[in-house]
Design a protein around this ligand. Structure first.
Ligand code: GUN
Ligand code: ZN
Length: 435
């Protein structure tokens, strides 16, 4: 397999990608049973039916044959914590004890650049094994953790979003920073829009920031309007009661962030479980987005996200693993749990919608449509090869599928890293199963 992204490369497989949200538009999905993806200079040149596109390519174009598999855009995970990789599956009765017992001691070690580098490489390996080509990543309060992430992701030419956690109260002294934004400024200058790296201003959550820090964070976000913002909101009942005590003058937990200028396009709010309809409307009106993290919410017993209410408000929705409170790096397993959470809320999430949420829906939530998330010409060629026969059980189940929806549903419910045959970033093979 050539690593040369200059040359034209072709991939023959079934192709699936989206032009719109299947919950709101007919014909939102583009499906080419015998499809061809043409990639040049790391970007999509064309995607369509093999019979139509094959005659348009020069006769010596190398064609990688993935027939029997499905090529989709790489998955986009809009909420997870790379320093929490080693503490995934740590038991605790709820969010706040989990943070105290496991999270803060684990994050402490990321002041050591050597440790941060090792974890950043492992973390990226794990993302790519699971078909995730872009993620919105929390680092720790240490700037070394941000450098480690972006050094590793830029060496692999990945479209990656990350940022230094901000917290200056209600945390151990060894993780406490201040309202001084100079380190974040420096990191924005070093990494934002450098190659494929993008910076996210990352206040951990309202309870661990003073009002002075939230105000400074809002100023920073205003000064850099095309950076991302990421934080947690309305995850857990104890947390919400705490925020109510700390910010009694604000209408709601979400409104604390709005008050400090942290709701805008490219702001990503993790969880959003206990919001009211005014909150959902504010998310939609400000162009802010939701990262729904079902494996985390079930694991910590935080609650059940209500996608129907988010949809009714036309809020932007995406999916996050929230590792290490999330229990899997796999966006397929995240879909599996999102489906069940929706059922428990009386909704129904078709597989086609879940694949939209993990690709174009996330790109739209991040204001990156046209760059990642689908196969429009010029988009960065981040794509994965899904194997519907990855396991004996998947093979039996998908052999009996009558529709695309059934095949995708089986992949979401039964699939994990084993279903990812290959992962490509900017046209380059970055993971091959079994290699
Ligand atoms: N709220 C504040 N910090 C965290 C975190 O690290 N994980 C989760 N799930 N929620 C949080
Ligand atoms: Zn989180």
């Amino acid at each position: 397999m050539s690593n040369d992204t200059r040359n034209l490369q072709a991939y023959r497989a079934s192709l699936l990608h989206f032009h719109a949200d299947p919950a709101f538009a007919e014909h939102a999905a583009a499906w080419h049973e015998d499809g061809l993806l043409l990639v040049e200079d790391g970007r999509v040149k064309a995607a369509g039916d093999y019979a139509q596109l094959a005659p348009t390519m020069p006769p010596d174009t190398p064609v990688t044959d993935y027939r029997g598999q499905i090529i989709t855009p790489g998955f986009i995970d809009t909420h997870l914590h790379f320093p929490q990789t080693d503490m995934i599956a740590s038991p605790a009765p709820g969010l706040l004890p989990w943070l105290e017992t496991y999270t803060f001691p684990t994050e402490r070690r990321f002041g050591d650049p050597a440790h941060a580098r090792v974890l950043a490489e492992f973390f990226l390996d794990e993302l790519l094994r699971n078909g995730t080509t872009t993620a919105m990543v929390y680092c720790t309060v240490h700037k070394e953790s941000v450098d480690a992430l972006f050094e590793a992701s830029s060496a692999r030419n990945l479209r990656m979003v990350g940022g230094k956690v901000l917290m200056d109260r209600h945390c151990p002294d060894f993780l406490r920073d201040s309202p001084d934004m100079r380190e974040s400024e420096e990191l924005i200058g070093r990494w934002h829009n450098k190659g494929r790296s993008l910076y996210a201003i990352t206040p951990r959550f309202a309870p661990t920031s003073t009002e002075a820090q939230l105000a400074a964070t809002g100023e920073l976000a205003r000064a850099h309007p095309d950076t991302f913002i990421q934080t947690h909101v309305s995850e857990n009942q104890d947390e919400i009661a705490w925020v109510g005590k700390l910010f009694p003058q604000q209408r709601s937990y979400l409104h604390v962030y709005e008050h400090y200028g942290l709701m805008r396009p490219r702001a990503m709010f993790g969880h959003c479980i206990w919001l009211d309809d005014t909150d959902f409307a504010r998310l939609a009106d400000t162009g802010s987005a939701i990262a729904h993290c079902p494996t985390s919410n079930l694991f910590l017993g935080s609650g059940l996200f209500d996608i129907a209410r988010a949809d009714a408000a036309r809020a932007l929705v995406s999916l996050g693993t929230d590792v290490g409170a999330g229990t899997s790096f796999s966006m397929l397993q995240t879909m599996n749990e999102a489906y069940k959470v929706a059922r428990l809320k009386g909704s129904y999430l078709p597989a086609l919608r879940m694949f939209y949420l993990a690709t174009l829906g996330a790109a739209r939530s991040m204001q990156l449509e046209g760059t990642i998330g689908n196969f429009v010409p010029g988009a960065e060629a981040d794509f994965i090869v899904l194997d519907p026969k990855a396991t004996p059980l998947l093979a039996r189940r998908t052999a009996g599928s009558d529709t695309l929806e059934e095949t995708l549903f089986a992949l979401a419910l039964l699939g994990d890293d084993r279903a990812i045959r290959a992962t490509y970033a900017a046209g380059r093979l970055v993971h091959e199963r079994g290699q």
